[in-house]
Design a protein. Structure first.
Length: 349
């Protein structure tokens, strides 16, 4: 076999760097951002790195070079390590259980109340989503304080706004709410009210028949950047990296508080919401311990829940404790937000 040309040596050098970076991401789910916040940002690069390795593999295949084995190996290892990245076929269970619960999670972007979107369109679509999918429990992130739509069919609800954002750069009248709507009685509820952030998380104990279930509605610390590639390219890179590293660290602190609270729950738990992080992160790994990712169990495709200039990101989740059976999961295409609603059906005896 002929030796590599100077150009191909350079290509393989880049290929090797990409391999090292992807290998590094394999350990990131086990490293707390509290200790290494900056390096944790690399977990956001997993999907681009997989695409890069696919391109390298095709390039070397066309060249009929054995160097393609490096990227093929990396893609194979990634498939084993990150089995929550893609499901090839949506799985719908035919099993019947004594008890069933359908739960939807949706970041509604304040129903476009303060943005440039059409609020009336948001209100109409929200009503259509509920009528079509009939969730028993509806968890909403970024709930609007003003002009929130009337959500019917839920006799029990918990809507919570932090009394004061107290965050630099955020207007004092800006209140970001969250909500849990339920067709079944709520007997206990509470909020975490994280400091120094507009984000928050709620929980509610819901009675279904003879059982009580604790449901969490999470909205973890966001990065505070515009959802576009151009904003990443044009912004101050040093400040951007610092902001993202800080967000990762704050997310880890928030998750620690949530997990400590969840571990003391006397009831089986369901964790839903906008984690503002990928399934390759420490944040997801911690929250998913002892839980079932309903997408990984029954979802199909990439499971994209957030629009980032057409780039697929899954940052919204429904996790169920292992004593639940996942009957179905769906990412709903119809949306008026920058997020897509997700819905899962759970069963238990």
């Amino acid at each position: 076999m002929k030796k590599l040309s100077g150009f191909n040596k350079f290509i393989f050098f880049l290929n090797s760097i990409a391999a090292v970076l992807l290998l590094l991401t394999f350990v990131l789910p086990y490293i707390s951002p509290i200790s290494f916040p900056t390096i944790s940002i690399l977990s956001l690069a997993v999907a681009p790195l997989l695409i890069v390795h696919f391109i390298f593999a095709v390039y070397w295949l066309i060249k009929m070079r054995r160097q393609m084995l490096l990227s093929m190996l990396m893609l194979g290892l990634a498939l084993l390590e990150f089995n929550s990245f893609i499901n090839f076929k949506e799985n719908i269970s035919e099993e019947k259980f004594k008890n069933e619960l359908t739960i939807m999670s949706y970041n509604v972007l304040l129903f476009n109340t303060y943005g440039k979107g059409d609020y009336k369109k948001s209100e109409k679509m929200m009503k259509e989503l509920i009528e079509e999918h009939q969730p028993d429990v509806l968890n909403i992130q970024e709930y609007s304080e003003a002009n929130g739509p009337i959500i019917e069919g839920y006799p029990y609800k918990y809507v919570h706004f932090k009394t004061k954002p107290n965050v630099k750069g955020v207007h004092k009248n800006y209140y970001l709410g969250h909500a849990i709507y339920s067709k079944y009685p709520i007997i206990n509820k509470g909020a975490f009210d994280f400091k120094e952030t507009v984000n928050n998380s709620l929980y509610a104990d819901i009675v279904k028949g003879n059982d009580t279930i604790r449901v969490y509605n999470l909205h973890l610390k966001s990065f505070g950047i515009s959802p576009s590639v151009s904003s990443l390219q044009e912004g101050d890179k040093k400040k951007l990296i610092g902001r993202m590293a800080f967000a990762f660290k704050e997310q880890a602190n928030q998750v620690e508080a949530i997990i400590n609270h969840k571990n003391k729950s006397p009831y089986p738990t369901i964790v839903t919401g906008d984690f503002n992080n990928t399934a390759f992160s420490y944040i997801y790994n911690q929250l998913n311990k002892g839980m079932i990712d309903t997408f990984s169990d029954c979802g199909g495709g990439l499971g994209t829940t957030f629009d980032f200039d057409g780039f697929p990101l899954r940052i919204d989740y429904i996790l169920a404790q292992e004593n639940f059976n996942v009957l179905s999961f769906k990412t709903i295409e119809k949306t008026f937000s920058d997020h897509h609603p997700i819905i899962a059906k759970l069963g238990w005896d």
